[in-house]
Write a protein that binds this ligand. Structure first.
Ligand code: UD1
Length: 368
């Protein structure tokens, strides 16, 4: 079976790595190409992940870069169509919910190529999130829908997806986490930065809903600055957030350089470095999707600065709490944790390091 595997943005890389690895065990069955759309292009948002994850260099890079959603999506479609016409794959595999995921799905499907979506069925029910639109458009078109939990299966069934297209396989991002956990533990980064285990928190924040509005971003930064008076917060800042904070004149909230109390920004970190910092953190503050899942498996309390989540399993069984973007709620939950109230975390079913193998078994048993 000839397959094109698609990646585009940072959260895609750790999802695709175990799929490629599992595919390589069956060289007689799978001929595969890796296409990087180039949605993320900074070294620290892209290349460094390929090195950390031991991923092959992409066979093709479409080099689309940034732009408005329409521009970025359109550029990916135009370039990906040429690749599909030239390579004639039988299957395209997409992961996650970024613009590259949706753009490549629509392109392949219109050429009559089958598409598999890994991490299908997640729903935030929040149409102001570009990712929700990407998820809906992708899932309605796909032929194989690989899911991470029972909520996703139920969402797809409720939308009328036939049961024989839905495969509950577990979580490929957790395959990657479990594979690299021991290696990340050996890093010396925390000590080099003067951060004692449990003596700091980590932060990621880049959602348009949190960073594109000056008042919202100011409120969140005020809350974070207050928490940072009690415990240092390490913030590997996303390019979008850096740009918006600069435009709004909010750089005064940030400090740079190690061993300072405060909201300490660093450049985006590599996969292993960030895993190392998260494993040893007292808690994690985030608006990302994947980190809600990673902290659930690590058993680290997670404060999610969003009003909703497409990953409710992390709140149902895991260590995640949703607090929205109100200053009071963010502070309240941080103080609960600092006062020793730790949410108990269980690991969801099939988040066991073998999701990619299950995907490959499905493709072997039901080839297209
Ligand atoms: C994208 C995904 C989001 C994911 C996030 C992870 C969509 C709709 N969003 O958001 O779901 O959580 O990636 O990081 O696909 N930029 C750089 N260098 C880069 C990439 C981006 O400087 O390598 C800057 C540019 O100014 C760009 C902005 O970041 O305009 C936004 O990039 P974009 O790819 O549109 O979306 P993200 O916010 O990264």
């Amino acid at each position: 079976m000839k397959i094109i595997n698609v990646v585009g943005a940072r959260p895609n890389f750790m999802k695709m790595a175990p799929i490629i690895e599992a595919m390589r065990s069956y060289p007689d069955h799978f001929q595969h190409l890796l296409v990087h759309t180039g949605q993320h292009y900074d070294e620290k948002m892209s290349e460094s992940f390929f090195v950390d994850l031991g991923m092959p260099t992409p066979d093709i890079n479409l080099g689309v870069g940034s732009g408005s959603h329409a521009e970025q999506t359109a550029r990916i479609m135009v370039e990906f169509e040429k690749i599909c016409l030239r390579e004639k794959p039988q299957l395209v595999i997409v992961v996650g919910d970024v613009n590259s995921t949706m753009a490549c799905t629509i392109t392949a499907k219109k050429l009559g190529i089958k598409v598999a979506h890994v991490e299908a069925g997640l729903r935030s029910r929040d149409m102001s999130m570009p990712e929700e639109i990407n998820r809906l458009c992708t899932d309605v078109l796909c032929d194989y829908l690989f899911t991470t939990d029972h909520f996703a299966d139920e969402n797809l069934a409720a939308e009328g997806v036939p049961a024989d297209k839905i495969f509950f396989v577990g979580n490929v991002m957790i395959d990657t986490l479990l594979k690299h956990r021991a290696m990340a533990a050996t890093l010396d980064l925390g000590r080099q930065l003067g951060l004692a285990p449990q003596g700091y928190a980590t932060l990621t924040m880049h959602r348009p809903g949190n960073v594109d509005d000056k008042n919202v971003l100011t409120g969140i930064l005020e809350a974070l600055a207050e928490i940072a008076r009690e415990i240092p917060i390490v913030f590997p800042i996303h390019p979008r957030t850096r740009k918006m904070a600069g435009q709004f004149g909010l750089d005064g909230f940030f400090s740079t350089g190690p061993k300072v109390q405060g909201l300490w920004i660093t450049a985006p970190l590599g996969y292993l470095e960030f895993l190392h910092l998260n494993m040893n953190a007292r808690f994690v503050l985030t608006d990302s999707g994947g980190l809600q899942e990673e902290t659930t498996v690590l058993g680290i309390p997670c404060i999610t600065m969003r009003p909703n989540t497409e990953r409710p399993i992390t709140c149902e069984v895991g260590s995640n709490t949703l607090v929205g973007n109100s200053k009071e709620k963010i502070l309240e939950q941080a103080h609960r944790i600092l006062n020793g109230e730790i949410p108990r975390g269980l690991v969801p079913e099939k988040w066991d390091g073998h999701a990619a193998e299950r995907i490959i078994q499905v493709l072997l048993e039901k080839p297209c």
